[in-house]
Design a binder for this molecule. Structure first.
Ligand code: NZQ
Ligand code: ZN
Length: 385
């Protein structure tokens, strides 16, 4: 196991009727900006509940953050926050709203030419306005980490950045908010959380027993409760287990002391940037190809995955691994997230475009072994034709 430091100061407030607890968390702040997406919180009652808590505070609103939040929209929020001397940002939404709020938080304090440089030139985040979140879709883990992914429409880029300064002060997790999500967003969340675990676990052995066992158990919990939620959308315990597992899948814990992959995500971001399809759908397209093309490098971990997540333990490792890859693909399809480029009307020619865009950004040595070159990406995506 590698040496590591672990620090995660996000306060999680989990359970029923927790939005009302925000009042206590906001006591120290004078001017709040409530930030949300394109209206779901107005339809499911979350907006009214949040506003009734904020009534005693001085607050303004910024709405309209889109899925795959755009730099262009977020810069409008930055101007509004600066004009109003906002000292706390309250994100109410899914990963897009929380990520967007992280960008706004860092951009308000940014003193260079263009806050986009924090993503495109990896400039460090030196200061940030404190933020908190009310999570409305379990998927990204953004509610308990310091990362964010932002798209820039004008240049067709989708890039990530992060800092400890961007970790929420608190996040409210009320499983009942999931009842209003369309099935497809539940399924997206299941696939996203599942792949987050794999990016940190399906690499090569590091003798990190606890991280491996945590990862396998997270995957089992996601599969079991994901299916249960889709079967009975108001099963409170299944919703609770899925929500908590998604948060735990990307809060830094299982990545400590081990190597990480992230090639599926980086390739997936290029697909979203070009074709604007949901984040999780891009992962479902890319992951099976990564497992196949990197089978040799990942073999030991694939055996662990096959045995401990899907129960394939016949003694024939080659057969078990192949079954596990097929089972993973079947699982995604079964819950409604298709795994082929053609399922999304993406033409074969997309493969070249994706490879070129990765090369432009110098993303030419992806994966835990830096072995996923554009040549390998071509092979990976060919599996999904
Ligand atoms: O905009 P509104 O009207 O709120 O509608 C949203 C949106 O259309 C809707 N929704 C959210 N909560 C709802 C709801 N509808 C009904 N009831 C509710 N309770 O769902 C739609 C999707 O929301 P979005 O926030 O885009 O989904 P998700 O949480 O999957 O976030 C995806 C974004 O997060 C990034 C992705 O790249 C993508 O941009 N990621 C962020 C990560 C991080 N910060 O650590 C890691 C991930 O790998 C990922 O890259
Ligand atoms: Zn993801």
């Amino acid at each position: 196991m590698r040496d590591f430091e672990f620090y995660n100061p996000v306060k999680i407030i989990f359970g029923k009727n927790k939005i009302e607890k925000i009042a206590k968390e906001l006591k120290a702040y004078k001017k709040i900006m409530l930030i949300y997406g394109q209206g779901s919180i107005k339809r499911n009652g979350i907006y009214d509940r949040v506003v009734s808590v904020l009534e005693d505070k001085d607050f303004i609103e910024f709405s309209g953050i889109e899925p795959n939040p755009s730099y262009e929209t977020l810069m409008k929020a930055v101007d509004l926050a600066k004009e109003n001397n906002v000292d706390f940002l309250l994100a109410v939404g899914g990963g897009s709203v929380i990520d967007g709020t992280k960008f706004i938080s860092a951009a308000i304090k940014y003193s260079g030419d263009d806050p986009w440089n924090m993503l495109s030139k990896c400039e460090r985040v030196l200061a940030a306005v404190p933020l908190g979140s009310v999570l409305t879709i379990p998927a990204t883990g953004s509610e308990m980490n310091g990362g964010a992914v932002i798209s820039r429409k004008s240049s067709g880029e989708k890039l990530s950045f992060g800092s400890y300064l961007l970790m929420p002060k608190f996040s409210i997790l009320e499983p009942e908010v999931m009842y209003s999500l369309p099935d497809i967003q539940i399924a997206n969340g299941i696939v996203d959380a599942f792949v987050h675990v794999l990016e940190q676990y399906l690499t090569y052995p590091m003798n990190a027993d606890l991280q491996d066992e945590w990862s396998a158990s997270l995957l089992r919990v996601i599969v079991k409760n994901g299916k249960a939620v889709l079967k009975n959308r108001k099963d409170y315990d299944a919703n609770s287990n899925l929500m908590w597992a998604a948060t735990m899948s990307l809060n830094g814990l299982i990545a400590k002391g081990v190597v990480e992959d992230w090639s599926t995500h980086i390739i997936g971001h290029e697909i979203t940037a070009l074709y604007n399809i949901d984040h999780a759908q891009t992962l479902a397209i890319v992951l099976p190809g990564i497992m196949r093309s990197q089978k040799k490098e990942k073999f030991e971990k694939l055996i662990h995955f096959a045995e401990n997540v899907w129960g394939f333990d016949s003694g024939n490792n080659e057969e078990n691994v192949e079954n596990a890859i097929l089972k993973t693909e079947d699982f995604f399809n079964e819950i409604g997230i298709k795994t082929k480029l053609s399922d999304y009307n993406i033409p074969k020619g997309a493969i070249e475009k994706i490879c070129k865009n990765l090369e432009k950004k110098n993303f030419v040595e992806l994966g835990e072994n830096k072995s996923v070159s554009p040549e390998v990406v071509r092979e990976v995506l060919t599996f999904s034709l």
